[in-house]
Design a protein around this ligand. Structure first.
Ligand code: FAD
Ligand code: DLZ
Ligand code: SF4
Length: 516
């Protein structure tokens, strides 16, 4: 007898565990379903990307003479859910067992755990092995410590992978070269862009169906230029290593108006859906350093993002779920303003990031963290709405990676599990790292008054209203020392300006500072 192997949209890799030992008598089920495309209303480009990757991968499996049952989103019989599609197949074909590699999201794992009973068949859940560390390895590391500091996890991963190691010492004598990685960019620096691909017939069909079926979702569908096969994704990675990686470290935190990509790799969507292997990417980056093509600060900085941050974030998700998703230690409840969708705000930094997010389903890390995330945290926006926004709008977003980054890193709603202090800043930081402020009606250096910058103003009120929680945090000593210089009258004026600014941000009707 044979197995029904379910392959999810973010498992499009021939090394995925559920395909190990696949027999010609097995059936591989791949299904485009409404439930996965709409549990948050994903960006049109993300749906098109996932469907196109799925269709291309199904074709590769068929070319290997494997039996693939592929369900299209516009199939009139489509039940709309993964569970429904398995049930439909079980009605017509007998299988000995269902095999699936563990999914990346808790909600789906919970559903899968109910299948054995529902289908009356053994369900084998295989581990997802395209990470460097297993769940057990992270658990063991996390259970032994009070503070889950990424830097220490990263060192463990460096030792494990032997990347940029010289025996048991880090190459260059230091684990981390981040201090060199904070340069700002001028508009006239020569910028390299990610490798773009022409669409083929398969992708054009997907674009048509997504345009018809998901027209009310956020985001522009075209131009669509993503890699949709492992071969193309490899080319995109090689292009990045050759043309952008040498400057990745230097300009990692820089932001430029209308320039979403700068020297970033734009490969997270490829890694997350299975087209690229994270360890192989890092090995290629290390080789570029060994060959003298890229400096150490760039290679180390990039490798840290993947074997450090990416692995750490995934570890935190599975270590903390399901309680993690409900955390809201700062009681942030203000509704998400409309400008997160329509970019209609005077804040140039925010409108620029929302516009590029709409156009590309992408913005880079510092834009996610220090623009849209920073504002959400400072303004006390509702945690779930903000997390759902991030999950919907980025082509690389899956809950395992989106949630700890948003709820934990950007919003501090987990009370310091991911970050020991909130990632907040005034407009001065944004001005230093970008060219947004020069084009803005607000003045980044002004805390109060007619042209006060919302970031600069709200930063101080954030310190005031969360004083009890943060005043003894040694990483915030300087901020609280500065706050102590403000008189009560100055604090009051700060609040009045803040009320007006929140009003301009579309938040006035939800209450003034006094309601915090
Ligand atoms: P680069 O800047 O070129 O970095 C290289 C790679 O490192 C990325 O491709 C990615 O695989 C990895 N990486 C870097 N930082 C992180 C991180 N903090 N967590 C996990 N991986 C990381 N990343 C996602 O993949 N999906 C998400 O849904 C997501 N949501 C985020 C939400 C917020 C609020 C924040 C602050 C960050 C989020 N990130 C997310 C992390 C990071 O912003 C993206 O991985 C990165 O911007 C992707 O662009 P890139 O491929 O050009 O990355
Ligand atoms: C993201 C996504 C989308 C948009 N559509 C599908 C789909 O139709 N079928 C499918 O198998 N997977 C899809 N995915 C990826 C899943 O949402 C992903 O597997 C889960 O979120 C677990 O990470
Ligand atoms: Fe953003 Fe303030 Fe700068 Fe305007 S002045 S771009 S709102 S940081």
């Amino acid at each position: 007898m044979s197995s029904l192997i379910l392959l999810l949209g973010d498992q499009c890799s021939s090394s995925v565990t559920s395909l190990r030992g696949v027999k010609s008598s097995d059936t591989i089920l791949m299904a485009e379903v409404n439930e996965e495309a709409t549990y948050v209303k994903h960006h049109k480009k993300k749906i098109a990307f996932v469907f196109s990757v799925m269709r291309h991968f199904a074709a590769e499996l068929k070319a290997k003479k494997l039996k693939v049952k592929y369900i299209y989103i516009d199939d009139p019989e489509n039940s709309g859910s993964i569970t429904g599609e398995i049930q439909r197949l079980l009605k017509t074909t007998k299988f000995e067992q269902v095999v699936v590699t563990e999914p990346g999201e808790y909600r789906l794992l919970r559903e899968i755990k109910g299948w054995q009973k529902l289908f009356g068949l053994p369900v084998k859940i295989m581990p997802y092995e395209r990470f460097i560390a297993s769940h057990k390895e992270f658990e063991t590391w996390a259970n032994n410590r009070k503070q889950l500091t990424m830097e220490f996890w990263y060192r463990q991963m460096r030792r494990k992978t032997n990347l940029l190691m010289d025996g048991d010492k880090p190459v260059g004598g230091k684990w981390n070269f981040d201090k060199q990685n904070r340069k700002s960019l001028k508009q006239n620096n020569e910028l390299r862009r990610p490798l773009k691909f022409e669409t083929n017939k398969i992708t054009n069909n997907v674009l048509q169906v997504v345009s018809n079926k998901f027209s009310d979702h956020f985001g522009d569908l075209k131009p669509f230029w993503f890699a949709v096969t492992a071969k193309q994704a490899k080319k995109a990675m090689e292009h990045f290593i050759k043309h952008q990686l040498p400057w990745f470290g230097d300009y990692q935190d820089a932001m430029l108006s209308a320039e979403p990509f700068l020297f970033h790799s734009v490969i997270s969507q490829y890694i997350n859906c299975g087209l690229l292997d994270p360890l192989e990417v890092c090995q290629n980056v290390e080789q570029a350093f060994v060959d003298g093509h890229v400096p150490l600060n760039a290679a180390e900085g990039f490798i840290r993002q993947i074997i450090g941050w990416r692995e750490y974030i995934r570890g935190i998700y599975w270590h903390q779920m399901p309680e993690y998703a409900k955390l809201n230690v700062l009681n942030a409840t203000r509704p998400l303003p409309a400008f997160y969708w329509d970019a209609n705000t005077e804040m140039k930094c925010v409108s620029d990031v929302v516009n590029m997010t709409r156009a590309e389903g992408y913005s880079h890390h510092i834009q996610r963290l220090m623009i849209t995330g920073n504002f959400a945290n400072l303004a006390g926006l509702d945690i779930k709405s903000v997390c759902d926004w991030y999950l919907a709008v980025y082509t690389d977003a899956y809950e395992w990676v989106e949630l700890p980054n948003t709820l934990g890193m950007a919003l501090y709603a987990d009370g310091g599990i991911v970050g020991t202090k909130p990632y907040i800043s005034t407009g001065s930081y944004i001005n230093r790292m970008s060219n947004y402020c020069k084009q803005c009606t607000y003045n980044y250096s002004k805390r109060v008054g007619q042209d006060a910058c919302p970031f600069t103003n709200l930063y101080w009120y954030y310190l005031i209203r969360h004083e009890e929680r943060f005043k003894d945090n040694h990483r915030m000593t300087l901020s609280y020392k500065n706050l102590s210089r403000l008189s009560d009258t100055e604090k009051k004026t700060n609040q009045l300006t803040g009320s007006r600014l929140l009003g301009q941000s579309g938040l006035r009707s939800y209450g003034y500072y006094s309601s915090w």
